[in-house]
Design a protein around this ligand. Sequence first.
Ligand SMILES: *[C@@H]1O[C@H](CO)[C@@H](O)[C@H](O)[C@H]1NC(C)=O
Ligand SMILES: *[C@@H]1O[C@H](CO)[C@@H](O)[C@H](O)[C@H]1NC(C)=O
Ligand SMILES: *[C@@H]1O[C@H](CO)[C@@H](O)[C@H](O)[C@H]1NC(C)=O
Ligand SMILES: *[C@@H]1O[C@H](CO)[C@@H](O)[C@H](O)[C@H]1NC(C)=O
Ligand SMILES: *[C@@H]1O[C@H](CO)[C@@H](O)[C@H](O)[C@H]1NC(C)=O
Ligand SMILES: *[C@@H]1O[C@H](CO)[C@@H](O)[C@H](O)[C@H]1NC(C)=O
Ligand SMILES: *[C@@H]1O[C@H](CO)[C@@H](O)[C@H](O)[C@H]1NC(C)=O
Ligand SMILES: *[C@@H]1O[C@H](CO)[C@@H](O)[C@H](O)[C@H]1NC(C)=O
Ligand SMILES: *[C@@H]1O[C@H](CO)[C@@H](O)[C@H](O)[C@H]1NC(C)=O
Ligand SMILES: *[C@@H]1O[C@H](CO)[C@@H](O)[C@H](O)[C@H]1NC(C)=O
Ligand SMILES: *[C@@H]1O[C@H](CO)[C@@H](O)[C@H](O)[C@H]1NC(C)=O
Ligand SMILES: CC(=O)N[C@H]1CO[C@H](CO)[C@@H](O)[C@@H]1O
Length: 425
Amino acid sequence: MMLLGTLLTLLTAATAAQDCLFPVCPPYQGASCEDNSTVPYSSPDSFTIIGPPLQAVHQSVQPPTGLALDNAKNLYLTYPRNTGLTPSQVTIAKSFTDEEPWPNADIQNCTAGQDPSTCFINVQNVVLDSQNVMWAIDSGINYTNPNMAIPGGAKIMAFNLSTNASLIRTYTIPTALLANGTNANDVRINNTLGTGGFAFLTDESKGGGILACNLTDGTWTKRLYNTSVVMADPGYVGSYDGQPVYSWNGTTKSFINTGSDGIALQSGNVYWGVLASRRFYYVPQSVMADFSLSDQEVLNAVVFPGQLGSEQAGLTADDKGRLYITGSEQNAIYYVDTLQQYVNETVNGTPPGGSGLVEPDNYVVKTLVRSGLIQHADSAAILDGCLYFCTNQLEYSPSRQYNNTDKRKGPFGSYRLYIGAGPAV
Ligand SMILES: *[C@@H]1O[C@H](CO)[C@@H](O)[C@H](O)[C@H]1NC(C)=O
Ligand SMILES: *[C@@H]1O[C@H](CO)[C@@H](O)[C@H](O)[C@H]1NC(C)=O
Ligand SMILES: *[C@@H]1O[C@H](CO)[C@@H](O)[C@H](O)[C@H]1NC(C)=O
Ligand SMILES: *[C@@H]1O[C@H](CO)[C@@H](O)[C@H](O)[C@H]1NC(C)=O
Ligand SMILES: *[C@@H]1O[C@H](CO)[C@@H](O)[C@H](O)[C@H]1NC(C)=O
Ligand SMILES: *[C@@H]1O[C@H](CO)[C@@H](O)[C@H](O)[C@H]1NC(C)=O
Ligand SMILES: *[C@@H]1O[C@H](CO)[C@@H](O)[C@H](O)[C@H]1NC(C)=O
Ligand SMILES: *[C@@H]1O[C@H](CO)[C@@H](O)[C@H](O)[C@H]1NC(C)=O
Ligand SMILES: *[C@@H]1O[C@H](CO)[C@@H](O)[C@H](O)[C@H]1NC(C)=O
Ligand SMILES: *[C@@H]1O[C@H](CO)[C@@H](O)[C@H](O)[C@H]1NC(C)=O
Ligand SMILES: *[C@@H]1O[C@H](CO)[C@@H](O)[C@H](O)[C@H]1NC(C)=O
Ligand SMILES: CC(=O)N[C@H]1CO[C@H](CO)[C@@H](O)[C@@H]1O
């Protein structure tokens, strides 16, 4: 009886299915070929938008990786040369769609025979410090030879915005520290640490690393190389707009192995995220600034406050103890409070408020904003109570798509939203 009934249902539905405009599954409880995508629990609206609306501040023709603002709200963007030439590597926005090379046109292209420390090879980001100085970070890697930076070309350059972006000083990464493919990706400056400030950089190469530069005497160290805290998850596969992401060379598949990438300074610590992972870490700035410590002592000081539920490319920090994380897998910007005085909920028995740093066990990463517009937010910066970020659809770029199809569709938006805080100092 049961079998006969089932067969009859199948036959009836099979007849109805002939009218369907798309391939259908075998019938299920009398449902026909109607598209049920408007049923509330499965509708596209169930992609919950979280947080306030985003305000578009700029549109780029090319996909930008870096973003900064100066105190007059000028927007700066970077267009690195990781896979080919770009018209300019650093620009300043002149309108919603127009940009000019910054600080000038000539510096954008090192010419044959030119000292590579004096011009841009491959600029990844620009960052404003607390003394009105804009810093550019150049990996020094020529895309035609990605295995090693050009000695002298890997550097951070300090431009004084009080004197029309005149170059104050260039700190080149010593050649010995360029071994193993060092790929300087992002930088943050603490002007008050040590005698004359420190710069902290991420190395996003496979072996990863965190670099520190003593800005008084230009000495450097690279730490944590070839340790799990700066390296991708083995066989990492992220997800983007609902689709798994691999690394592709034509039809040859591999796994994305980008290491330590986003960086921010908050509450006396250096925070970083490992791009091809859902992990982030921190270590006291004082530890990174003490060049006399052993590598093992530096590693022992690293704190892992738990996974954060997304691949991430950029971090930034505000003056209320909050760390912001661009969560590319979730079309989101996350945040986490690091100072107990700003925590407003009881966590693991610790009541809201109080003083000191939040215990790593009590870190609760939250979503600030989630929107379909957030297509791989890369770099973020804070000014005048607002968080600004650029987007570049990185996961749709050729190296991450089957047979290297470029699925990015410009223009590439930069946005802002109100957070009620200023930049960390
Ligand atoms: C720098 O090189 C890029 C890429 O070839 C080119 O589009 C641009 O015009 C050059 N800029 C200058 C100032 O020569
Ligand atoms: C500032 O620098 C830009 C680019 O080098 C130059 O075009 C401009 O004339 C300078 N402005 C002043 C006031 O020196
Ligand atoms: C990058 O390498 C190519 C090929 O060797 C060379 O033509 C070009 O000048 C190099 N660019 C820089 C900025 O060194
Ligand atoms: C930037 O220029 C201003 C004006 O000349 C000067 O007072 C300031 O010390 C400079 N900043 C740095 C970090 O050199
Ligand atoms: C390069 O790798 C070697 C071998 O593991 C290591 O001793 C050295 O510290 C590394 N250097 C850098 C700059 O990563
Ligand atoms: C930085 O360099 C200066 C000059 O060499 C030195 O006095 C200072 O101790 C170094 N380290 C720190 C943490 O400032
Ligand atoms: C990296 O570390 C692993 C152990 O975790 C070791 O086997 C390997 O030789 C190291 N590689 C380099 C290049 O230092
Ligand atoms: C991609 O594959 C080609 C052909 O097999 C090879 O020549 C090239 O080196 C590969 N590129 C990378 C980045 O592995
Ligand atoms: C910069 O260093 C000073 C001195 O160590 C410290 O008080 C401050 O918290 C650091 N800034 C940030 C943003 O971590
Ligand atoms: C804490 O603040 C966040 C936003 O800043 C808010 O969403 C949350 O409801 C607050 N929690 C409590 C317990 O007030
Ligand atoms: C890959 O793309 C090339 C063009 O770039 C095309 O000729 C080739 O047929 C494609 N291969 C596959 C397997 O799609
Ligand atoms: C499960 C479900 O809600 N199915 C519905 C799909 O759409 C058809 C036509 O609108 C309805 O009859 C089904 O009840």
